[in-house]
Each structure stands twice: as structure tokens, then as C-alpha cells.
Design a protein around this ligand. Structure first.
Ligand code: ZN
Length: 155
């Protein structure tokens, strides 16, 4: 186990124990429920928008350490971003953990802590659940119905 991996594990443990933005937003602009039945992770992402910009974001739910830490880091990464930037980051993140495409983890800043998850296929959906749920919430807000709903996405 390299020092880098230990650092990454500490970040994930920290976000699992003290998740950021772990809150319901009562008058959110949009929200979506994500469910990963393979692991039992279930979370709701709440987004407040001002025009095209995410002004506040929170999540609630329960799940394993990976899913919770991923949701926590997701909220800190996209808060203040436009929906377009958030979708781009989501695609980059999912590309990194699934190994699709050539994604340089350095592009993802702190989110790179999940770059090793791809070695554990059963955990990939735990790590991507928050991002699928975010995409769903933002698409709904935009009035767009996605034709590419992944089967694990919404319950
Ligand atoms: Zn999980």
C-alpha cells in the first residue's frame, strides 16, 4: 500500500465520518433519488439553482463508506458550478472510476481519491451513485429526459 493510497483512504474515511453538505434542502430547485441495489446505497441529492448555477447542494441517505464519501466530495466539487460544468465533471469522474476513456486523475483534484476504485468492480457503482443522482436532478431541472438512464440509477 503506497503512501498515496493511504492518503486517499484517509480522505475517504474523513468524508464518510464527517460528510460535507449532509443536509436536506427544504425548498430545493430540484432533487433526485439514487439507489444502488447491489450494495444497498440509497441517497437523495438536493440542488438549489440560481439560473444555470448551483448555489447550494446537499445530500441525505445511507450507504457504505465509499458511496457516502463520494457524495460528500461531489457536493463540494460542484457547489457554485454551472450545470454544464457539473455534467462535465460527472462524466470525467465516471470515466476515471470505470476506466472508460483516458482520464487523467490530476484533472479531478481531490476527486482523484477514487481513482483506485476501478480495481474493485463491485465498488464502482458505490462511487458513481452520487454523480448519477446529480445528473438526474440537473436533467430534470433542465426539463430533459435522458435516454441513457443506467439501470442502477433511480428508484
Ligand atoms: Zn456501496
Amino acid at each position: 500500500m503506497s503512501e498515496i493510497n493511504e492518503l486517499y483512504q484517509q480522505v475517504i474515511l474523513d468524508h464518510n465520518l464527517r460528510p460535507r453538505n449532509f443536509k436536506e434542502i427544504a425548498n430545493a430547485s430540484t432533487h433526485a433519488l439514487g439507489h444502488n441495489p447491489l450494495c444497498g446505497d440509497r441517497l437523495t441529492v438536493f440542488v438549489s439553482m440560481d439560473g444555470d448555477r448551483i448555489t447550494d447542494i446537499g445530500f441525505q441517505g445511507s450507504g457504505c463508506a465509499i458511496s457516502k464519501a463520494s457524495a460528500s466530495l461531489m457536493t463540494t466539487a460542484v457547489s457554485g458550478q454551472t450545470t454544464e460544468a457539473a455534467h462535465e465533471l460527472s462524466a470525467l469522474f465516471r470515466g476515471m472510476v470505470t476506466g472508460d476513456g483516458e482520464v487523467d486523475p490530476d484533472e479531478l483534484g481531490k476527486l482523484a481519491v477514487f481513482s483506485g476504485v476501478g480495481e474493485f468492480p463491485a465498488r464502482v457503482k458505490c462511487a458513481t451513485l452520487a454523480w448519477h443522482t446529480l445528473d438526474a436532478a440537473l436533467n430534470w431541472h433542465d426539463g430533459v429526459v435522458s435516454t441513457e438512464n443506467d439501470e442502477e440509477q433511480l428508484g
